[in-house]
Design a protein around this ligand. Sequence first.
Ligand code: SAM
Ligand code: SF4
Length: 355
Amino acid sequence: MADQSVNGDVVDKTESDVPLDRLGRPLGDLRISVTDRCNLRCRYCMPEAEYTWLPRADLLTFKEIDVLVDVFVSLGVDKIRLTGGEPLLRRDLPDLVEVLAQKSAVRDLAMTTNGVLLVKHAQALANAGLRRVTVSLDTLRPERFKTLAQRDHHQEVLDGIAEVSALGFVGTKIDTVVMRGTNDDELGNLIEFGRSVPAEVRFIEYMDVGGASGWNSDLVVSKAEMLRSLTDRYGAIEPLVRTAAPASRFRLPDGATFGIVSSTTEPFCSSCNRSRLTADGMWYRCLYALRGTNLREPLRSNASREELRSLVAGTWRARADQGAVIRSRKKDRGALASAEELKADPHLEMHTRGG
Ligand code: SAM
Ligand code: SF4
């Protein structure tokens, strides 16, 4: 395999360096949260009035993220997604994009954003080398957006989606968290909107993770239910061949495609190659994990690249997480964490882990 530069040195990546976890899953997909702050307060993610924020001094610098990315890439990561909180709140984000876009071993660099600041930043991101974004959009109705996101920025999000389309971004996706009684009557309309962008819509089952302290199973619209409702509107829906991506994809009779991420009712832990780095350098191997590994401390204590690589590789080899499967077997399933627990450890929050 190709040589990778880590901390300015050259590391030879051989097959034996690519660690498998205890369930035989490789390291493949790294989501990097660049901030825990957000300019929305989506009710399924940040329903509380107050939050405990990560100390600013703990946030990884772009140089530190660069070093860690090289470590991960040398161990098999080839897909990176920038996320948050809201990633576009991180100052000078295009500078980080530019560094990451130059890494030839990163075959897929993307960002998940709520879109509010996209009009302002899309051109600079494109200039820095970003070609793909996922924009979260739960509703086409401005009033509903205001209720759900607790902020009045619907038009900015729509304008942001139009902007990336005009700038020639490819593979744009729209992520929609579906909640019963909130936006489950908009599935078809969102697909039609996606078609006009163009962007593929992915419906996400409401998950009982982190900040979803108001979660209860009655609010979850299952993949099966979504398919039934879309079949009623469009006719027979064809499933497409499943890739490593978490979404199951489908095609409508008229050719439009869409995805469903069924983490709550049909978890896909057995093929999960995803891990998450928080803005302060905590590394989590599962969205449901209660504990992560602090990579900031060794990084700031001048650990060598080999030490960082063996820490990451060894920790990955010990991984046996299948949080969503374990949650799905739980009777009387409720929110994963209470508001008090989330305050005591903000790393449990979805907006800290990056979704
Ligand atoms: N702020 C950006 C955004 O909203 O796109 C990026 C961070 S956000 C935490 C990443 C994704 O997590 C979003 O698509 C969001 O809809 C999703 N998400 C947050 N809470 C969720 C929940 N309880 N269940 C399912 N998805 C959730
Ligand atoms: Fe909404 Fe994303 Fe902000 Fe969470 S982090 S409140 S999902 S915009």
